[in-house]
Design a protein around this ligand. Structure first.
Ligand SMILES: [Zn+2]
Length: 249
């Protein structure tokens, strides 16, 4: 019942704070993004991207700094600084990673987003997040309104390639959850992008041998990166993609 109500809330919310942009037909690009972010994404996936000359977007929730969650080691400060030093992007994923459907008070959400930057700066890293991903993809009217004012873009979890008229406040994405999306399926989505264009945003969590149901193996991840190279598809951080979209539209 709750699930149904929340889905209905989201559908209504998606009609507000819409930031409509038209993707030019010439755009054909991929972004690799990571949520939370487990240490293995920095340690295993980041170097793979770099080996192919690519950069990614890591949406961090600073409450996970120096912690572990459901037996997945999360990151440390050195992962964040190395990530930035190597030209990747850090995105905001709120501070506490709460369920927005359970706590959608405007003050809480505004503070929670602000706190993520404050906590990042407290580590000694001076950086301003420009792009956002909704924890659990949950979107309410208040959350969408706050995100639209504060960020250049916000990524949700609705499946698909961003094409034609898109909502910068609810970018679609395709999960790299290996148990749910076998490699063949992802490679065929890349073929589809190659033939009809658009902006394909991948997202995952851990990238390691014993991957969780929200993650994938190193081999799976590299096969996808390799396919982008083979198809000669541009790979951009979300920031690069949004900045360019703004220039083109
Ligand atoms: Zn998350």
């Amino acid at each position: 019942m709750n699930k149904y109500i929340n889905e209905l809330r989201k559908r209504i919310a998606l009609k507000t704070a819409v930031r409509s942009v038209k993707i030019p037909p010439t755009v054909k690009q991929v972004s690799f993004t990571f949520d939370d972010v487990p240490e293995s994404a920095f340690v295993n996936a980041q170097p793979i991207l770099e080996r192919y000359g690519y950069r990614g977007t890591f949406y961090v929730a600073l409450s996970f700094l120096d912690t572990d969650k459901t037996n997945i080691n999360l990151y440390h400060k050195n992962h964040l600084s190395a990530c930035l030093d190597n030209g990747h992007e850090l995105g905001c994923h709120t501070y506490s990673h709460n369920r927005t459907y359970q706590n959608s008070k405007a003050d809480f959400l505004t503070n929670d987003i602000h706190k993520n930057t404050v906590k990042l700066n407290e580590t000694g890293i001076k950086y301003k997040f420009q792009n956002f991903s909704y924890p659990f993809g949950e979107q309410t009217i208040k959350m969408r309104t706050i995100a639209a004012k504060r960020f250049e873009s916000s990524r949700g979890t609705d499946h698909g390639i961003n094409k034609q008229h898109i909502d910068l406040n609810n970018l679609k994405a395709v999960k790299l959850y290996q148990n749910e999306h076998p490699l063949d399926k992802i490679l065929s989505i890349l073929d589809q992008l190659n033939s009809s264009g658009g902006w394909l945003i991948f997202y995952t969590h851990d990238v390691q041998t014993e991957f969780s149901k929200f993650g994938c193996s190193v081999e799976y991840f590299e096969a996808i990166v390799q396919k982008c190279k083979a198809l000669n598809i541009e790979v951009k951080t979300v920031k690069q993609a949004v900045d360019e979209l703004k220039r083109l539209t």
